[in-house]
Design a protein around this ligand. Structure first.
Ligand code: MG
Length: 375
């Protein structure tokens, strides 16, 4: 596959490759194959019933982890193409970034992490890598999806030093304090751009955020003023959409332009120069970053910590804690495949199998499992 990529883009011909050798495809590039493997994975299909912010049964229009991942991918691809970077790789990383997420969003992740405190903890980012490296069972010859190094590098956004040591090649950069490739850097920021914007939409729809509150945010407020001036008769729903699309447009354009400047200044000759650059080259301008962070803090304060959400959080915490302790006490209450593996394991290894099982659950599966175990 020949594409007009910049010299510092990820390139399958200079890749660190797959863990297990496979013949190449006639029709698809290696990162296209990775993207396809991710879309065909079981974990990807489960994202449709996993919470982003609003629990799945709260309403049909709220983002789920699947639609969130698709929105991340759309943002990421735009930026990658504009900067002549590797679009299929960017898309693959974006689509895979939340594969390891637990049911019930951050409340689920934090609770499972607390349950796993004595067993090495639980981190959804690391779990996403575990899903593509180990847990998917799709191939006769190996466990996992056998993705390219650069895709795995991008999926693993953060990592503790202790975990990095255990991860081998893909953990090295955390020990050497290096950056990942630009496609991975894009996916990371595309995630934040996507949720900042869609959570405004979902929060407003849920009635947890008001126009008055939102207008105090410069990113929202400036666009509000402009849209309101041009279309004074617009109803609130359409007004919000018009503002959000302008917000995404402004942030993405700023990101492309600022990153272009930073790449020009650093003039990397290869992806390895990008890795050695000392800091990420993909970045918004300082002014835009401040507005973006202000909105993010606002969402934390007024949406994610809203009393209505906290009530749901407490319910979810109890559910995940119950599931964890029931399965740890009697591994035979898990399905056969997990029960068998857990019986032949002890301590942290056993707890990890329980965590894998719980993390893989969709919201509604977890709710019904909890009901049948606790009555
Ligand atoms: Mg995400």
């Amino acid at each position: 596959m020949v594409a007009a990529f910049a010299p510092y883009a990820a390139n399958e011909h200079h890749s660190r490759g797959r863990r297990y050798d496979e013949p190449s495809s006639i029709y698809r590039g290696e990162y296209q194959r990775d993207r396809d493997r991710i879309i065909h994975s079981t974990a990807f299909r489960r994202l449709v019933y996993k919470t982003q912010v609003f629990v799945n049964h709260e309403g049909d229009l709220y983002r789920t982890r699947l639609t969130h991942s698709l929105e991340v991918s759309q943002v990421g691809r735009t930026v990658a193409v504009a900067l002549q970077l590797n679009e299929p790789l960017t898309e693959a990383i974006c689509l895979a970034h939340d594969l390891g997420h637990t049911p019930f969003g951050h409340a689920g992740q934090d609770t499972l992490n607390a349950c796993m405190r004595d067993y090495g903890g639980f981190e959804h980012n690391l779990q996403s890598l575990r899903v593509v490296d180990e847990l998917e069972e799709k191939y006769a010859d190996f466990s996992g999806l056998n993705l390219m190094f650069e895709t795995r590098e991008g999926i693993l956004k953060h990592c503790s030093t202790r975990n990095a040591r255990a991860l081998g090649d893909v953990g090295e950069r955390f020990l050497a304090r290096k950056q990942p490739g630009l496609e991975a850097q894009i996916a990371n920021i595309a995630d934040a751009i996507a949720y900042n914007n869609h959570d405004v939409d979902d929060g407003f729809r849920a009635g947890l955020l008001s126009l008055e509150q939102l207008r105090e945010q410069p990113l929202f407020g400036n666009n509000y003023d402009e849209v309101h001036r041009r279309y004074p008769q617009l109803d609130d729903r359409r007004l919000i959409y018009e503002i959000i699309r302008r917000m995404i447009g402004a942030v993405v354009s700023d990101l492309i332009e600022e990153t272009g400047r930073r790449i020009a200044a650093a003039s990397p000759a290869s992806i390895d120069d990008v890795r050695e650059a000392g800091k990420p080259l993909v970045s918004m301008s300082e002014a835009m970053y401040e507005q973006h962070m202000s909105l993010k803090r606002f969402l934390h304060e007024h949406l994610y910590s809203h009393e209505q959400k906290l009530a749901m959080t407490r319910e979810v915490q109890a559910m995940v804690q119950d599931l964890f302790s029931v399965y740890m006490d009697d591994v035979g209450t898990m399905p056969d495949q997990f029960a068998r593996a857990a019986r032949s394991a002890a301590g942290s290894a056993r707890a990890r199998i329980v965590a894998d099982y719980i993390a893989g659950m969709t919201d509604r599966y977890a709710i019904s499992a909890h009901e049948s175990l606790t009555g």
